[in-house]
Design a protein around this ligand. Structure first.
Ligand code: HEC
Length: 145
C-alpha cells in the first residue's frame, strides 16, 4: 500500500516532470532558420495572389486541385525558367490564359524559384525527434539572391 507521503512524492515528481517538459518545449528555439523572400519574389507572390493561382494550384499541398502542386515545379522542370514563363501566358487545357509582361513573368518565376528552395513537398526528409518536434530538412537554410 502507498502511504500518503509516497503518494505526495510521486505527485510532486510528476508535477516536476510536467513543468520541466513544458519549460523545455516553450523555450526551445526552432532550428528552422529564416527564409525570407527577396523583393522580386514578393512582387511575384503579389501576382500569385492577385490572379488566384492558388484556386487551382497548391503550394505545400494547400490550394485548389485543378492544376498540379507547384512547390517544386522549378526543379521538377529542371530549372527551366523559360518553360515556366511560357506556361504563365499559354492558357493550356484548364489553365486560363494570362497576359503578364516580361517583368511580371520574371517576378512570378522568382517566386516559384524561391518557394522551391524552401524544401520538398511532400517532405520525405522529415523525421520525428524524441521530444516530439518534427525536424524538416530544407534544401538551404536561407535563400541567397
Ligand atoms: C483555372 C485553374 C488555373 C488557374 C487559376 C491557374 N492555373 Fe496554372 N495550371 C492549371 C492546369 C489545369 C495546369 C496543367 C495544364 C496541363 O496539364 O497542361 C496548369 C499548369 C501550370 C504550370 C505548369 C506546370 C507544369 O509542371 O507543367 C504552371 C507553371 C502554372 N500552371 C502556373 C500558374 C500560375 C503562376 C497561375 C496564376 C497566375 C496559374 N497557374 C493559375 C490550372 C490553373
Amino acid at each position: 500500500m502507498f502511504s500518503s507521503v509516497k503518494y505526495l512524492l510521486v505527485l510532486l515528481l510528476l508535477l516536476l516532470f510536467f513543468t520541466a517538459y513544458n519549460y523545455s518545449l516553450y523555450t526551445n528555439q526552432s532550428d528552422y532558420g529564416t527564409i525570407r523572400l527577396s523583393e522580386k519574389a514578393l512582387q511575384g507572390e503579389k501576382h500569385w495572389r492577385e490572379n488566384n493561382c492558388n484556386a487551382c494550384h497548391q503550394l505545400y499541398g494547400l490550394g485548389g486541385y485543378l492544376g498540379p502542386d507547384l512547390t517544386n515545379v522549378y526543379s521538377f522542370r529542371k530549372n527551366d525558367g523559360n518553360y515556366l514563363k511560357a506556361m504563365f501566358n499559354s492558357g493550356v487545357k484548364a489553365m486560363p490564359r494570362f497576359d503578364f509582361n516580361e517583368t511580371e513573368k520574371e517576378e512570378l518565376l522568382q517566386f516559384l524559384m524561391e518557394v522551391d528552395q524552401t524544401g520538398n513537398y511532400p517532405n520525405t526528409e522529415a523525421t520525428i525527434k524524441p521530444d516530439g518536434w518534427v525536424k524538416v530538412q530544407y534544401k538551404k537554410e536561407t535563400y541567397e539572391h
